[in-house]
Design a protein around this ligand. Structure first.
Ligand code: SAH
Length: 251
């Protein structure tokens, strides 16, 4: 396979997959999402390979670089931050490649919402607290379908990971409270999860804006909301002694 979309992971260069790393090391042409991919990963690229920063390119330019590389029998890696399937704009690239009959392969990556859970040392799916994780964003220049407005999603009181929205924090908080989370619901804002400059801010829907008011929070941040960040939950059934399952008898 000559073209590969690779998830670079959330920042820490050791959080790319083994397979993604192999493709990156073998590539003749690398097009990376310059705004978020850790440049340290580019150190893996072999000497003489061409490296392009897609932050400065249009879709057409990205596709023509891939097309030319394929015509020249070169291996191409399109490096996306986190996992390419989440806000990665890969569909339009795949469709453009389909039209040109160029085949491709996708290597998944560790999404930033997972690196955020690791940074927070939390479990998003706590028994009797929430068994659902909602991945979403506040509407910005990219519209959000009416039924998926933050205020509608908030009605579930599930764990929510909100991407691309920290610069609109006040609006986010208002929609979440209007939608049905109580103002005491715990919130965390994690900036640059897994990077050396990672920062964690914790509070509630009522006070997180105040806590962040004097901080210059970078846009590369995740907002996590939900009672999973609190301390109340029920023990899992999986490890309960009286709960037998396929691999262990109840005692
Ligand atoms: N495909 C990526 C998301 C790209 S959208 C993924 O799977 O993670 C860009 C948004 O992702 C940012 O605005 C921010 O909300 C989030 N993000 C990316 N990297 C992050 C990190 N290291 N820490 C916290 N949030 C991050």
């Amino acid at each position: 396979m000559q073209v590969c979309f690779v998830g670079a992971g959330p920042g820490d260069p050791e959080l790319i997959t083994v397979k993604g790393q192999r493709f990156l090391c073998e590539a003749d042409v690398v097009i990376y999402a310059g705004s978020l991919v850790n440049p340290a990963l580019l150190g893996l690229v072999k000497q003489g390979a061409s490296i392009y920063n897609s932050a400065k390119m249009t879709l057409d330019e990205v596709i023509s670089v891939i097309e030319q590389a394929v015509a020249d029998h070169k291996q191409v890696v399109r490096l996306h931050t986190g996992d390419p399937s989440i806000y990665g704009a890969i569909k339009e690239q795949m469709d453009a490649l389909d039209k040109r009959r160029i085949t491709y392969h996708i290597v998944p990556g560790v999404s930033s919402f997972l690196a955020t859970a690791a940074a927070l040392q939390c479990e998003y799916t706590l028994p009797e607290v929430s068994q659902t994780v909602i991945i979403t964003r506040m509407e910005g220049r990219t519209p959000v379908p009416e039924k998926e407005k933050l205020s509608s999603l908030a009605a579930h009181n599930a764990t929510m990971c909100i991407f691309l929205s920290v610069h609109m924090l006040e609006d986010v908080l208002k929609e979440l409270i209007d939608g049905g989370y109580s103002p005491e619901t715990p919130v965390a804002v994690v900036q640059k999860a897994s990077w050396p400059e990672q920062k964690i801010y914790r509070g509630s829907l009522a006070n997180i804006a105040e806590i962040l008011s004097n901080e210059a929070v970078n846009r590369t941040a995740m907002i996590v909301v939900g009672k999973c960040l609190g301390s109340d939950y029920a023990l899992s059934r999986l490890y309960a002694p009286e709960f037998g399952h396929m691999y262990r008898d109840a005692t």
